[in-house]
Design a protein around this ligand. Structure first.
Ligand code: ADE
Length: 255
């Protein structure tokens, strides 16, 4: 997959993508990342990329032409058709389903705004989709672009090792992850749930599923469609609730 980032600070996104799973995906040739700076396409000595908004008001608006030329240069760098995504708090909220959809495209061009935003005519002419990473305002789209790059990179075939894929699966199924523990078994902060030490793989899987369901119910009930749960999951969630409501939901309970 190829991702082009159009930004006044393309190195910022490249730095975010240099480590861990995403860095490895680049080394393995699963993801290639390219930066395009609209300032390089701005004319004159000042290389101006923004101007004051018509109608007055505070802030500056990014000019059409340097962005247009940077996007066209990015498009021309590879014959495959690119989907152009503008990162903005006005966009639709990024979800794992959207990440899966984006990760299946061979090419993305991520457009990052700064200042008050981008001239609307550029968005109408060039942008296929507007995405937000949450209901808060960042000082530019670069961090959001880095989030998109990270999330799509890890879904490329071969980017994750087996253990990482298994961890990914748990969220892919629409539930929060269960808690995890490692050595030592005994620690002043508490001890590891007995069931995880039992060696009984069926019981461990059951416990993890119950914790996933229970956490999702407690923390993100909006993600949980109880009607759509199978009978076994409903029974696990009922068991979790019963334990929780009895106040037995201590991390050392082996339920
Ligand atoms: N640019 C500024 N804030 C943003 C956000 N929340 N999501 C995406 N892009 C942004």
């Amino acid at each position: 997959m190829r991702v082009d980032v159009v930004s006044l600070f393309p190195e910022f996104v490249a730095q975010c993508a240099a480590f861990g799973v995403v860095g490895r995906a680049q080394e393995r040739g699963l993801l290639s990342l390219h930066g395009w700076n609209p300032r390089d396409y701005a004319p004159g000595n000042y290389r101006r990329v923004d101007d004051r908004p018509f109608g007055g008001g505070p802030g500056m608006v990014m000019l059409i032409d340097p962005l247009h030329d940077a996007i066209e240069a990015a498009r021309a760098a590879d014959p495959r058709e690119a989907k152009v995504v503008y990162l903005t708090p006005q966009g639709a909220r990024l979800t794992q389903a959207k990440v899966r959809e984006l990760a299946a495209h061979p090419r993305l061009i991520l457009l990052c705004g700064r200042y008050e935003g981008v001239d609307e005519r550029l968005i109408e002419a060039e942008v296929d989709e507007e995405l937000s990473i949450g209901d808060y305002v960042l000082s530019g789209g670069e961090l959001a672009a880095a989030v998109v790059v990270d999330a799509v990179a890890r879904l490329q075939e071969g980017a994750l090792n087996d253990a990482e894929s298994a961890a990914q699966d748990s969220f892919e199924h629409g539930l929060l992850d269960c808690p995890h523990y490692t050595r030592p078994v005994e620690h002043p902060l508490g001890h590891v749930p007995e069931v995880l030490l039992s060696g009984n793989h069926a019981e461990i899987a059951r416990w993890r599923r119950m914790e996933s369901l229970g956490r999702t119910w407690l923390r993100r009930p909006d993600l949980l469609d109880e009607q759509a749960l199978g009978k076994a999951d409903r029974a696990l969630l009922d068991a979790f609730r019963a334990r929780y409501l009895q106040g037995l939901d201590e991390p050392d309970g082996d339920a």
